[in-house]
Structure formats: C-alpha cells, structure tokens
Ligand binder design. Sequence first.
Ligand code: GLU
Length: 285
Amino acid sequence: MTFVTRFAPSPTGPLHLGHAYSALIGFHIAQAAGGQFLLRIDDLDQTRARPEWEAQLQDDLHWLGLDWPCPLRRQSQHLVNYGAALDRLSAMDLTYPCSCTRRDIAAAASAPQEGAPQTGPDGLIYPGTCRGRGMAEAGPDDAIRLNMVKATRALPELTFTETGPNHKGVHKLSPETLIHEVGDVVLSRRQMGASYHLAVVIDDTAQEITHVVRGEDLFEATSLHVLLQHLLGLPTPIYHHHELIRDESGRRLAKRDDARAIATYRADGMSPEDIRSILPPLSDI
Ligand code: GLU
C-alpha cells in the first residue's frame, strides 16, 4: 500500500515540543509503513510568515533526524488553485460574502435569543448575519463563507477513517453536527486569499497524501475537510490525530512558549535523544 503523510507547520514562530512530537510521529509512521514523509510550509498568512522561521524550523527538523524530499510545497505559491476551488463552490451557490468583524460576530452570537454562544473549529459559530447576501455583491474586503445548510443538503452518507488513539474507528458525517457545531466557516479571508480549511484539502490532494497525521485539536475540523473534499470531488485520506503535548497546567503549547522551543533546548545543550526522551514514546501512538 502506498503511504504518504506530511507535516505542515506555519512559519510564524519557533518550532516547539508539540510540533516536534507531531513531526516525529508522522516520520515514524511513514517509516514503519515503508512510505513517504513530506514537509509542507503552511504560509498562507503572509502577514505573519517569515523566511527566518521557515529556515529555523527546517534546521530544527533536520537536527531531530528527519528528512523529506524537495522541493517543498508552499501554500503561498498555490493561491490560484485555492481561488479556483472557491469559484467552484461559488458556482454551486454554496458561498456568500461576509463583512462582519470578530466584534460583530461576538455581539450577534451573544444576543439573548441565540442561547449560549457555541464554538466550533474557528471559534464562535457564525450567527448568519450576512447569509442573505449574494456573491454578486462581494466587495474586496469581504470574507467568503460556506453556507453550511446548503452545503449539507442532499448529502450522501460520508465517512472517514481515524486511526488516532482517542477516536479510532469509522466516523459518519452528520449534517446536524456540521450545521450546529461547525457552521458557516470562512473559506477565503481578506489578505490571505484562502482559509486554512480550503487550502488544506487542496494541498493534501495535490501531494497525494494518503494519511494525515496531526494534533487532536484538529479532529473537530476533520468533518469539514471531508465535506469540502466531497463537494470538490477530491479523495479523503485516512486521519490520525495524536495527543497534544501540554504544559504543567494542562494548556497545549503555543508559539509563544519560547521556553519549549526546540531552538532553546538546543541552545541549552540538549541532544535530539534528550528531546525524544521528554516526549511520550513513539511506540505508544
Ligand atoms: N498549519 C496547520 C497547523 O499548524 C496544519 C494543520 C494540518 O496538519 O492540517 O495547525
């Protein structure tokens, strides 16, 4: 069986222990399966992506003993493909323009008639303020959203296979869950051209990824990715969501956790073996 997986960091900060764990798991599973491990640079957000961070993360991953084929795929070089996918969804009448700010969304979602505000993969579930607008009125500053009710109408039975420790099995997509717990997500943002959710399904297909290995925090978003794959006629890979590395207080590590940056451990004289020894054993995944 062919096996291709990828590690897809955003070059917007230092590679920390959580990223290293994710990359090591992907590399380890690929090796065990006699498959391929790819590195992809998720640099859609050009306001935050920096070549220095990319150089540092590649250096840290090599230092950890990982390698991958070149040239690398960088999202910023494929905006035209994401635009074409967006046009396709728009031609299917599944999108609408939205001018709401985060503050507008927070205010509308906390209106008394809305009940307790619900959150999904992108934060608050969009309350639908702009849903009645048509694409013909889209302005240059508008975000473009997926109309989830329309997108899940007449959906055939869709499933995906998960092999990670906490959700192992075959998962069925539920239109109700997609509508109420994912909602009208953004597909294209001002300045970025495409959102992560749209780009990731295009990239995984373009790179012929058979197994997506990534953190547990993205499990919730997987139904959305499988829905987008179905709407765009793309294949669905197998998913493996691994556990997250947390700090002492149980919070997942973030870019701001400089103390757990691989570069900091390296500067402190730790070896790649030392890093592996402070991570959960790869035999446990
Ligand atoms: N750039 C994304 C992240 O760092 C990649 C997520 C994925 O693997 O799909 O969260």
